[in-house]
Design a protein around this ligand. Structure first.
Ligand code: OGA
Ligand code: NI
Length: 334
């Protein structure tokens, strides 16, 4: 199946100041009109090396409750592991088209592979972004068919990052669990425990001649439990807060943590999934590396029973994660 990649569209559009109409958003979405300019939102920054665990739990719970997005520093992932991840991902996207198409998504491959645009947009619009998805943990679900063979160090860099990102995410899930009054292991257990799937995505946003009119990824909340994201140096993440879209200022080497739908559900609404989107720029390629922590497809997710009582009745249905994904991607009610 021949798909017109955004990277190819971008190279045709390089010396003009127009973009194909399918990339032009409606006025309700155009970043130039809908962004609150001149204000950079400073989301909570949490130092994970904090020795006072109680304090850390409180900070993380507050951020997950009031923002749904926060950044962590001193997270224990060495700068080198992050810069290697970035380097090999960038090298893959800079390969000739034919080499990337070798691992393109097919109707059978599900979410994994090189591709363009995930959700079916009702108005037929497209985001200014290509992506690559592949699972990085646990070993039983990894299919190396979807991991780039080139550059040759791709695998090692991703294996190393996967190891480190699991350490951070285990801690975050523990703090989020303690933050709603559960025991440390309960949140992760309810999300699938050791079967929790770590899905790597690389977003590749080429330079765009009309960043005022296009969006990268459109407004959404992540379906995951949490998402742990590394960006390159180009800003572009926006969050919706108090009725406006704001640019998020990020800090070099910090990880950006998104609260996704499944933690909102498990916590029975105490934690809030964050509505976010991305913008693009004229001069540079933006890239990002979110890792989505997802329940296994057959795993049932619903509000954790200890968090449901007469004052807090269950706010969400309990359903298999795969059914949740199906409804969300097809824009059906949950
Ligand atoms: C996503 C996403 C944000 C970014 O891929 O779900 O929200 O900064 N990406 O690229
Ligand atoms: Ni997202």
């Amino acid at each position: 199946m021949e798909v017109n990649r955004v990277q190819a569209v971008a190279s045709f559009s390089k010396n003009v100041d127009t973009i194909p109409s399918e990339f032009i958003r409606s006025e309700e979405e155009q970043p130039a009109i809908t962004t609150l300019h001149g204000v950079v939102l400073e989301v909570p920054v949490i130092d994970l090396s904090h020795s006072d665990e109680e304090k850390l739990v409180k900070l993380i719970a507050e951020a997950a409750q009031n923002w749904g997005l926060f950044q962590v520093v001193n997270h224990g992932i060495p700068d080198e592991a992050i810069s290697k991840l970035i380097e090999v991902g960038k090298e893959f996207f800079e390969l000739p088209k034919e080499e990337k198409e070798v691992i393109a998504k097919t109707p059978e491959s599900g979410i994994e592979g090189y591709g363009t645009s995930l959700q079916k947009e009702i108005d037929g619009k497209r985001g200014w972004v290509d992506h690559l998805f592949h699972k990085i943990w646990p070993p039983s679900v990894i299919d190396h068919k979807y991991w780039p063979k080139n550059p040759p160090s791709y695998r090692e860099a991703n294996e190393e990052y996967a190891k480190k990102v699991r350490e951070v995410s285990d801690n975050l899930l523990k703090y989020l669990s303690l933050g709603v009054g559960l025991e440390g292991h309960e949140m992760k257990a309810a999300a699938g425990g050791d079967d929790l799937i770590y899905l790597m995505k690389i977003n590749y946003y080429p330079p765009c001649p009309r960043p005022d009119l296009a969006l990268g990824v459109v407004a959404h909340t992540d379906m995951s439990t949490i998402t742990i994201l590394v960006p390159n140096e180009v800003q572009g993440l926006q969050v919706f807060r108090d009725g406006y879209w704001y640019d998020v200022k990020y800090i070099p080497n910090a990880l950006i943590i998104h609260i996704g739908d499944q933690i909102e559900i498990l916590s029975n609404g105490k934690y809030k999934a964050v509505l976010h989107r991305t913008t693009v720029i004229k001069e540079k390629t933006r890239m990002s590396w979110p890792v989505f922590l997802e329940p296994p497809p057959e795993h049932e997710v619903g509000p954790i029973s200890k968090l449901v009582n007469e004052e807090n009745p269950s706010k969400y249905k309990t359903k298999k994660y795969k059914d949740y994904v199906y409804c969300k991607l097809n824009k059906l009610p949950q």
